[in-house]
Design a protein around this ligand. Sequence first.
Ligand code: SF4
Ligand code: SF4
Ligand SMILES: [Zn+2]
Length: 279
Amino acid sequence: MEIAFSVLDDQIARFRLDKSSIAFANSLRRAMIGEVPTMAIEDVKIYDNTSALFDEMLAHRIGLIPIKTEEECLIPRDTCSCGGIGCPSCSVLFTLSVEGPGMVTSKDLISQDPRIGPASPDIPVVKLIGGQKVVLEARAIVSRGREHAKWQPTTACGYKNYPVVTVNDRCDACGHCVEECPREILEIRDGRVAVIEGRLESCSLCRLCERACLNTGIGEEAGIIVRSDESRFLFVVEGDGSLPAKNIIRQGLDYIRTQSQGLAAQIYEISGETRDEND
Ligand code: SF4
Ligand code: SF4
Ligand SMILES: [Zn+2]
């Protein structure tokens, strides 16, 4: 298996996964969405709320604000030495006190730990008119996306099969498929249709080009054939700001490795076979 990145920064990663399978690609997608620990606000104590939003709605909106975290701060409450009661190692306290008029935004959440805070300062929470007030305390804890979407580190995380476009001798360069392609990846070159250099990965596998070709009356088989490579995948991973994209990928892969090793160990134990060091 090989991974080749075309984009990698804190917010987004695009990469090609080679020599793999659909099962593994989907496991990686699910691990990145649901199994990477992140921090999100879980408990909210409201001392004063005279805004237009009910307390529950206010707490819900605050819970969905992505919280930027250093990886070493991510200790799940159930594995912490405090035994799950909640302490500075496994949770962080925020305070918020705003009086109208004005917009309450994520930057008004003041963290007690300088390493942890809202991923973006401009997320609107509620608009206050003159005389309205919101005062609250919020506690963020570590968990995973499979428990609730607020702990998902990704806003977009998916893959598509790698496209394979072939052109055969039936092509007479009429250009109908070029006009039909919604991603504008085809051109006429050297008396045939061809993929514009560097544009292949933009193909959505919609196969409108094949249909356009068949509609010209070419016969049973189109001059252009689009198929997907079952062992190559194009991934896009967009983070919500809580963790850098590369950490999301690394932790997703780590999760798969740990789970596979645990499963292998159990199988060896049940079967009574001796485990090879390299397994
Ligand atoms: S593949 Fe078909 S539609 Fe496209 S240029 Fe060739 S003959 Fe025309
Ligand atoms: S499958 Fe769709 S996107 Fe790909 S070349 Fe054909 S028309 Fe264009
Ligand atoms: Zn603790």
